[in-house]
Design a protein around this ligand. Structure first.
Ligand SMILES: [Zn+2]
Length: 204
């Protein structure tokens, strides 16, 4: 698709929305400037500082909306261009295959933060390079992998007598009448004095 054709696919509505959002950024930033202008006369300054802060937060919110809207429009126009929004979405899909709940939710939040922190604010750094490749920085990946391993370890079922992992097929066990699990080893069965739902003799 040529640039001329691409320009035909963005609607006047979308152009109007973008112009409206960018104007709102300008308005909120101007309000913050006006608020800050009174700071030197304010005694004490804390209330004026709070109001300036509020105006800046509003400006930041408008700026984020405007950036999102423009990235969205760019994605629609040019399938090949890697916008921060597209990089984030690509990695979010892959992370769903890598991490389980609840580590996945943390990973997705980090990817969204990285979009702002690295792809928008520091696009030429090593961190941004890692985020483009993996969605996450080196430290974040290390941290999330440790968290996933800790979670998996906590999630496993162990023999209440010897402690081995019953998730391994060769260690398969059975629950007792209280719902606690015991492996198939005769010594563990003998040491466990609660009746088993499947007596060892019945096992295949
Ligand atoms: Zn055991």
């Amino acid at each position: 698709m040529s640039d001329a054709d691409a320009n035909d696919t963005i609607t006047d509505d979308r152009i109007g929305q973008i112009q409206h959002r960018v104007a709102a950024v300008n308005r909120e930033a101007a309000a913050a400037v006006a608020q800050a202008a009174g700071l030197s006369d304010a005694q004490p300054a804390v209330f004026e500082l709070a109001k300036t802060h509020d105006e800046l937060v509003d400006a930041y919110g408008e700026l984020r909306s405007a950036i999102d809207l423009i990235e969205h429009a760019m994605d629609d126009l040019d399938a090949g261009r890697e916008t921060p929004r597209k990089i984030k979405r690509k990695h979010a899909e892959r992370l769903e295959e890598t991490y389980d709940d609840p580590v996945l939710y943390l990973a997705l939040q980090l990817v969204e933060c990285n979009r702002r922190e690295w792809l928008h604010a520091s696009p030429e750094t090593n961190g941004a390079h890692a985020v483009r490749r993996h969605g996450l920085t080196e430290n974040q990946r290390k941290y999330l992998n440790e968290l996933q391993n800790a979670w998996d370890a906590d999630d496993r079922t162990e023999c209440v007598v010897c402690g081995q992992d019953l998730g391994d097929p060769k260690n398969a066990g059975d629950p007792d009448e209280n719902g606690e699990w015991v492996c198939r080893r005769e010594s563990c069965r003998a040491a466990h004095d609660v009746d088993m739902t499947v007596p060892l003799g019945d096992a295949e």
